[in-house]
Design a protein around this ligand. Structure first.
Ligand code: AVI
Length: 322
């Protein structure tokens, strides 16, 4: 197995400090959602995927199991699957084992070292040495830019778990363009995207009665305390999920319960939060089956198959690069 390319923790903190400084000064204060995923954040997200109210993961796994053979036929031995955001590795393991994809090279790109380690273990447990696994601890963009171009056997890039939903529209378009630029005609993109569903269901998925999503969200404050020396008093904040129908997205916010002064020394930042003021930490866009095609095809793809899980209202779409 290839050594993990580990950016130093110092570099990571530097990026966190820089982004905190920039985004927390917007009139609607924000933090990029990628900072939700330290070791604790990734563990909390894993737990969220088991919640009865968060149906994304189960719906997608059902589709992967059901259609693994069709997908696996594209990946003959020597082919490569690149997964962007592998989480705990369960989705790729499901796909590769059901597809009986021996001799395939799995390349995992994720921001969390813990997630990469867990995925490597999951794939080793289910596939042993039948699958070669390499990892890159990196942002999706950096991971794609560093990806060796290979055109002997097809590459399939898997962007699953509705991760595409965490990009705003212009970013999503640019990102799909970057994916296309790393592929040759005849390569594939497998995209999992959550569909629009009734507001009540969406709000339960993002503000669950057990409070796991609240913990996942507020952990970003804890992370700023630990890594950037900030002084957030966690009990003075609450979690809020909002369905923005016009933009077709669920927004996660952290709400300040009182007026309070905050300091983030590593970001050389001090500011006052008013009572009720929010820090916007994540957008989860929800799609219609057609809006997925409208997002992806202009970048140079054609849809080969689109499978929909009706109970979970989730779509898995296979595109071919043209
Ligand atoms: C990783 N991502 C697609 C999840 C989502 O649904 O947007 C993250 C998440 N946020 C709250 N719950 C789950």
């Amino acid at each position: 197995m290839q050594a993990i390319a580990v950016p130093t923790i110092v570099e990571d903190r530097h990026a966190f400090a820089q982004d905190a400084r920039r985004f927390l000064q917007f009139s609607q204060r924000r933090l990029p959602s990628r900072f939700l995923y330290d070791a604790l954040g990734s563990a909390l997200f894993d737990a969220i995927c088991h919640l009865p109210w968060y149906r994304v993961t189960r719906a997608e796994l059902r589709l992967l199991r059901r259609h693994a053979n069709t997908i696996g036929q594209l990946l003959h031995a020597g082919g490569r699957v690149v997964e962007l955001g592998c989480g705990n590795g369960e989705k790729l393991a499901t796909l590769l084992t059901q597809a009986n994809a021996r001799g395939v090279h799995a390349h995992l790109i994720d921001l969390s070292e813990a997630a990469l380690a867990q995925s490597v273990q999951t794939l080793a447990t289910v596939a042993g040495s039948a699958i070669r696994v390499t990892t890159d601890l990196a942002t999706y963009e950096d991971g794609l830019l560093a990806l060796p171009r290979e055109n002997a056997a097809p590459t399939l890039i898997a962007l699953l778990g509705s991760n595409i939903g965490n990009f705003d529209r212009p970013e999503a378009e640019a990102f799909v363009g970057l994916i296309r630029a790393t592929l040759y005609p005849g390569d594939y993109l497998l995209l999992g995207a959550d569909l629009v569903k009734p507001e009540r269901e969406l709000l339960l998925a993002y503000d669950d009665p057990l409070g796991l999503t609240a913990a996942f969200n507020k952990n970003i404050l804890l992370r700023m305390n630990t890594e950037l020396g900030a002084n957030f008093v966690i009990e003075r904040f609450t979690h809020r999920a909002v369905w923005n129908a016009e933009a077709s997205r669920v927004e996660m916010h952290i709400v300040s319960l009182v007026a309070q002064d905050v300091e983030v020394p590593a970001a050389t930042l001090r500011f006052r939060l008013n009572e009720g003021e929010t820090i916007w930490t994540e957008s989860s866009y929800k799609f219609e089956p057609l809006s997925i095609l409208q997002l992806v095809e202009p970048a140079g793809f054609v849809q080969r198959c689109q499978w929909i899980d009706a109970p979970g209202r989730f779509a898995l779409t296979l595109f071919e690069a043209v």
